[in-house]
Design a protein. Structure first.
Length: 243
C-alpha cells in the first residue's frame, strides 16, 4: 500500500491535509476557522483527475489483496470527523450551504477541542507519580461505582465492544447471537407476567430487537440498547421471584 502514498503523489498530499486537520489544534476560534479555510483551499489545488486515478488504483489493489467484505466493514475511528472533512473537500459551499456549514462546524469543533484534551493529558503526565496514581485510582473508583452493579451479560457485551471496536463483523455477529438469546428469554419470561399490558409491551420491545439484528453496522447506541434489554430481563426476573 505504501507505493500509493509515495511523496508527491496526489494521494499523499490529500492524506497530509486529513492528518493536518486531525492533529493541528488552535485555541482561538478565528485562527481555527482560517486554518480550516486554508486546508480546504489547499485541497482545491490538487490535480483532481490524477487523484481519482490514484484512488482507483488503490481500491483495485485493496480488492486484489484483501477480503473486501471484512475490509470495508471495519470500524473507522473518529468517523464523524473524517466524513465531515470528506464533505467539505468534495463539495463546494454553494452546492448545499446548510450541509456544508454543518460539516465545517464539526471540523472546527474538533480543531479547537483537541487542544484542550491534549493540555489536560500533558498536565497529568507532568504531575508527580503519587498524583498520577491517585488520579488513576479515582478514575477506577468512579468507574466501579457507576458500572460495578452490571450483570454478567452486560459486562460481557461491554468487553466484546471494547475488544472488537475495530472489528465490526465480529461485534455484529456477537450482537446477533445475543439478540436471539434475549428474544428467547423475554418470550419465556413473558409467560410469567400476569399483566396483559406488560405482556403487550414485552411483545413490542421483542419486535424492536429484530430491527436491531437487521442493521448492517453496530453503533454505540446499539450497545447501550442491549444493556437496557439485559436490565429489563433482570427486572422481569425479580418480578418472577417475588411471586
Amino acid at each position: 500500500m505504501n507505493k500509493h502514498f509515495r511523496k508527491n503523489t496526489e494521494l499523499a498530499k490529500e492524506l497530509k491535509l486529513y492528518q493536518s486537520i486531525q492533529n493541528d489544534t488552535f485555541t482561538n476560534e478565528l485562527r481555527a476557522s482560517k486554518f480550516v479555510d486554508a486546508v480546504v483551499s489547499a485541497r482545491k489545488t490538487l490535480n483532481e483527475q490524477q487523484l481519482k486515478r490514484e484512488k482507483y488504483n488503490l481500491i483495485k489493489d485493496i480488492k486484489e489483496n484483501f477480503n473486501t467484505d471484512t475490509f470495508f466493514k471495519s470500524r473507522v475511528t473518529n468517523y464523524k470527523l473524517h466524513a465531515s472533512v470528506y464533505n467539505i473537500f468534495e463539495h463546494a459551499e454553494a452546492d448545499e450551504p446548510a450541509n456544508y456549514l454543518r460539516n465545517k462546524f464539526v471540523v472546527l469543533e474538533h480543531v479547537q477541542s483537541t487542544k484542550k484534551l491534549q493540555e489536560t493529558k500533558t498536565k497529568l503526565v507532568n504531575e508527580d507519580y503519587d498524583v498520577r496514581i491517585l488520579a488513576s485510582k479515582l478514575l477506577i473508583d468512579k468507574f466501579n461505582a457507576k458500572y460495578g452493579n452490571l450483570s454478567v451479560p452486560q459486562k460481557r457485551i461491554l468487553k466484546e465492544y471494547i475488544n472488537n471496536v475495530t472489528n465490526s463483523e465480529k461485534l455484529k455477529a456477537y450482537i446477533n447471537t445475543e439478540t436471539r438469546n434475549i428474544q428467547k428469554e423475554l418470550t419465556s419470561l413473558k409467560a410469567t407476567i400476569p399483566s396483559k399490558v406488560v405482556r403487550i409491551k414485552i411483545n413490542e420491545v421483542t419486535r424492536l430487537l429484530s430491527k436491531l439484528a437487521k442493521k448492517h453496522v453496530t453503533e454505540d447506541k446499539d450497545v447501550l440498547t442491549m444493556l437496557r434489554y439485559y436490565e429489563l430481563i433482570n427486572e422481569l426476573k425479580k418480578c418472577k421471584d417475588t411471586k
